[in-house]
Ligand binder design. Structure first.
Ligand code: FES
Length: 571
């Protein structure tokens, strides 16, 4: 495996074009030598480490230590590890949203993986959009790739109570808005919510995507839930380095691992863990890069036949570190053995069935329930369809109030995020707890670029009167750490002319989770009249990435990817 005379391996891969092959090799080796590598090292095959550490990403602050462990594994297995930074997406540091830049990061990962000389690549990410961006990029680059994640934060304490970002962030903020928590206490909570490196400590989007990366076979077994600060995290990093070397020269590209069956395994696990709604968008985008599709109607069938087994916040009570201690994702997969495609291959060489067969049998039943005694009989997420959402909308029923599931309500409409901010706390707002709050113009094509604003706050006057939940509908997303009877991802969105943009104050809307439906009870004639009057128009965008985004972003049911990045299904 020296790669000395082979232009398809190591530093000889993808030579810079100077019109003289030997000169290109000579120059590249000369410049690589300037980094202090010996000839023996330069002759090794190369494992790239695409990482997303950044001063603007608290979740990845331990990456230098993880990269060192990865390199140990790569070197021990006989290859040369070379790290390279890509765009990082720190969830709370990006404006207008991290989702807007997920596709940009995926293009960075794809192009740099392809353009630089590497024989396999390790994708080191963690914060919400980074893992899908890396999987999308690697799927398009089509070289052997393995995912490694940051791992979750550990919890901290406030007055004896466990705190973990970010479900507890929202819980305390809601209490602050309702007047139950004062300024000093909210200040103290702010300092304690996120106190270690790693991703949000609950089953939010980052944890969900880590679980799915493991379930679809792109990560070593048991690696999703290991806490960021645990020594096991470094051991799995070292192991990932070794596996990446074993992939060199094989055909184990994401295309080989992420098949339709693997995606369905991912959906099963998504339901069983009560995972984030965002994962539907990301899975659809990853699938699209491979010419595959996540069908929302099939998702409903999977949801209706998959029990919720994991008792984590935001829907339950435990944290990711508890899931690791309880047996991790392998314990969940073992329970669902009868529902999974066991013949799916994984990046570590064994099948999903092999993994389940060899997993440690112990499980903490307070965190991972058995199929005979689940938390819910059916899955956490449901796709809704109807004239309000012809291409679908999502509700996280496991995080919602079932008493609101079969209900018709009066629409109280906010036409934009600015309108919402200006009026939601107005004491004169005409709203009751039985109304449906509707937020327009927060979808993928809007200027807001589909923020996690679907968790519309309960109007202060109702919150102070004790109202905890209401039906809320939007074309926005919701953080995986949030909860409530919240209908999201309404497609098509208002900015592209979807029916949600035609809702007016006082309209009646019928929600039926049982029938998977969401309907605007307004006649077709009236909707056509409103549509003729309504000019969604194209928001202005003059240059650069914003222009690219506006002109090419797809709707939620297609993963909000760019149209030109999707694979041709016939390829
Ligand atoms: Fe990075 Fe939550 S902010 S995972």
């Amino acid at each position: 495996m020296t790669g000395q005379d082979d232009d398809s391996k190591g530093f000889r891969r993808g030579l810079t074009n100077y019109g003289d092959r030997k000169f290109s090799i000579y120059l590249r080796r000369s410049f690589a030598s300037s980094m202090g590598y010996s000839r023996q090292m330069l002759d090794r095959p190369i494992v790239g480490i695409a990482h997303s550490a950044s001063g603007f990403n608290n979740c990845h602050r331990h990456f230098p230590e993880m990269i060192e462990a990865v390199k140990r594994g790569v070197l021990a297995a006989g290859a040369l590890p070379l790290e390279f930074p890509t765009i990082s997406l720190g969830e709370v540091f990006l404006s207008p949203t991290s989702l807007k830049f997920r596709n940009l990061m995926s293009m960075d990962v794809e192009e740099m993986t392809r353009a630089q000389p590497m024989d396999s690549v390790i994708l080191l990410g963690g914060c919400d959009k980074t893992v899908p961006a890396q999987l999308m990029g690697a799927a398009s680059a089509d070289i052997p790739a393995i995912q490694l994640v940051a791992g979750p934060m550990s919890t901290s304490r406030h007055r004896g109570e466990r705190l973990g970002a970010c479900t507890d962030c929202r819980r305390f903020w809601q209490r602050y808005r309702a007047g139950d928590v004062g300024d000093t206490e909210i200040d103290n909570v702010e300092k304690r919510l996120a106190s270690t490196s790693g991703t949000c400590a609950v089953m939010g989007t980052a944890s969900t995507m880590a679980a799915l990366a493991e379930a679809i076979g792109m990560m070593p077994a048991g690696s999703a839930a290991i806490p960021a600060v645990d020594a096991d995290r470094l051991r799995i990093a070292e192991e990932t380095g070794r596996v990446a070397v074993s992939l060199i020269g094989t055909n184990k590209t994401p295309k080989k691992i992420i098949t339709n069956k693997a995606l369905e395994n991912g959906l099963r696990i998504l339901m069983a863990i009560g995972g984030s709604t965002n994962a539907i968008i990301h899975l659809a985008a990853i699938a699209g890069r491979l010419g595959l599709k996540v069908d929302l109607k099939r998702m409903n069938e999977v949801s209706d036949t998959t029990p919720v087994l994991v008792d984590l916040k935001p829907t339950g009570s435990a944290y990711m570190e508890d899931l690791h201690a309880a047996g991790g994702i392998p314990a969940v997969m073992r329970e669902l053995k009868h529902l999974l495609h066991l013949d799916c291959e994984t990046i570590t060489g064994e099948t999903i069935g092999d993994r389940i067969g060899s997993a440690d049998g112990w499980v903490d039943r307070s965190v991972v329930k058995s199929v005979d005694s689940p938390i819910r009989e059916n899955g956490g997420l449901v796709a809704l369809f109807g004239n309000l959402a012809p291409r679908g909308a999502i509700i996280k029923r496991s995080a919602a109030d079932p008493s609101l599931f079969e209900k018709t309500g009066r629409a109280v409409v906010f036409t934009s995020l600015q309108d919402l901010a200006a009026r939601i706390d107005d004491p004169d707002l005409d709203v009751t707890a039985d109304d449906f709050l509707v937020l327009q113009n927060a979808g993928p094509l809007s200027e807001a670029a589909m923020p996690e604003a679907g968790y519309i706050p309960i109007p202060t006057k109702l919150a102070r009167a004790g109202v905890k939940d209401m039906v809320r509908i939007s074309d926005a997303r919701m953080s995986g750490t949030a909860y409530g009877t919240i209908v999201l991802h309404v497609a098509p969105d208002a900015a592209s002319g979807g029916a949600i943009g035609l809702v007016r104050n006082g309209d009646q809307i019928a929600l039926s989770v049982k029938n998977h439906s969401i309907s605007l009870l307004v006649s077709d004639e009236e909707l056509e009249r409103r549509r003729a009057e309504h000019n969604a128009g194209m928001r202005p965008a003059s240059r650069g990435y914003d222009l690219l985004y506006r002109d090419h972003v797809l709707q939620a049911d297609e993963g909000c990817d760019f149209d030109f990045l999707k694979a041709n299904p016939s390829e």
